[in-house]
Design a protein around this ligand. Structure first.
Ligand SMILES: [Zn+2]
Length: 237
C-alpha cells in the first residue's frame, strides 16, 4: 500500500473508530435502562405507601372486631342482668335502654366493618397491580440490559479489529507523516485529511484555481490544502 493509500485508510479507520465511540455513547438501551430504574424506584415508593395504608386498614378491622367482641360480651351480661331483675321495673328499663344502645353500637361497628373491608379489597387490588407493574418493569430492564451488553460486545469486537488494523497499518508508515497526520487530526476535530480529485478538495469543498490544481499536481502526492490546510492527497486525474 502506497503512503497516500495508507494515509487515507488510516483516516477511514479513525473516522470509523469515532463513529463507534459515538454509537456506544448513544446506545438507546442506556436511556431505557435508566428509565426502567427510575420507574422501579418511583413504584417502590408508591408500593410502600400502599402497603402502609393496607396495614392501617387491617389494624382498623382488627380493632373493629375486638370492639365487637367486647360489645357482644356486654350484651350477654346485660341480658343476664335483665333476666335477674324481672320485678324491678326501673332496672328493667335501664337494661333495655342499655341493650338498645349496644345493638346500635353493633350495627355501627358492622357498618364500619363493611366499609373497611371494601377499602381493604381495593387496597389489595392496588398492591396486586403494583406487583404486576414491578414484574413488567423488571422484565423490561433485564431485556434492555441484555441488549445493551450484546451491543457493547458487538461494538467492542469491531473496535478491536479496527485497532489491530490501525496498528498494522501505522507500523509500516513514515513517522513524520504520522506526526503530521496526528497534528492535523487534532486541529481539524479528527478529519485531518482530504482528497483532491477534480478541483474541489473532498472536505472543505472550496473550488481551487486551475493554477493551484496544477501546482498541487506537480508537487508531492501528499500535500496541503491551500484553503483549509488539511493534508491533501492528490488522486490521479
Ligand atoms: Zn481543504
Amino acid at each position: 500500500m502506497g503512503e497516500s493509500a495508507s494515509l487515507l485508510r488510516l483516516q477511514e479507520i479513525d473516522v470509523e473508530l469515532m463513529r463507534r465511540d459515538r454509537e456506544l455513547k448513544e446506545l438507546p438501551q442506556r436511556e431505557r435502562i435508566e428509565m426502567a430504574r427510575a420507574a422501579a424506584k418511583k413504584l417502590a415508593a408508591q408500593t410502600s405507601k400502599l402497603v402502609g395504608s393496607r396495614k392501617d386498614l387491617e389494624r382498623d378491622i382488627a380493632d373493629n372486631q375486638a370492639e365487637r367482641a367486647s360489645v357482644e360480651e356486654s350484651v350477654t351480661k346485660t341480658q343476664e342482668g335483665l333476666e335477674e331483675s324481672q320485678t324491678d321495673h326501673r332496672a328493667l328499663r335501664d337494661y333495655e335502654k342499655k341493650l338498645t344502645d349496644l345493638a346500635k353500637r353493633l350495627e355501627k361497628l358492622d357498618f364500619d366493618r363493611a366499609a373497611l373491608e371494601e377499602k381493604l379489597e381495593a387496597a389489595l387490588e392496588n398492591e396486586q397491580r403494583a406487583a404486576e407493574l414491578k414484574e413488567r418493569i423488571t422484565t423490561e430492564e433485564q431485556a434492555q440490559l441484555a441488549a445493551y451488553k450484546s451491543e457493547i460486545a458487538r461494538i467492542a469486537k469491531v473496535v478491536e479489529e479496527l485497532k489491530a488494523e490501525r496498528e498494522r497499518l501505522t507500523a509500516g508508515m513514515d513517522e513524520r507523516l504520522l506526526a503530521r497526520y496526528d497534528a492535523a487530526c487534532k486541529r481539524f476535530k479528527g478529519i485531518g485529511v482530504e482528497t483532491l480529485t477534480g478541483n474541489k478538495p473532498s472536505v472543505c469543498r472550496v473550488a481551487l484555481q486551475p493554477s493551484q490544481v496544477s501546482d498541487l499536481r506537480g508537487s508531492d502526492e501528499i500535500s496541503e490544502c491551500p484553503y483549509c490546510h488539511r493534508m491533501l492527497v492528490i488522486e490521479e486525474a
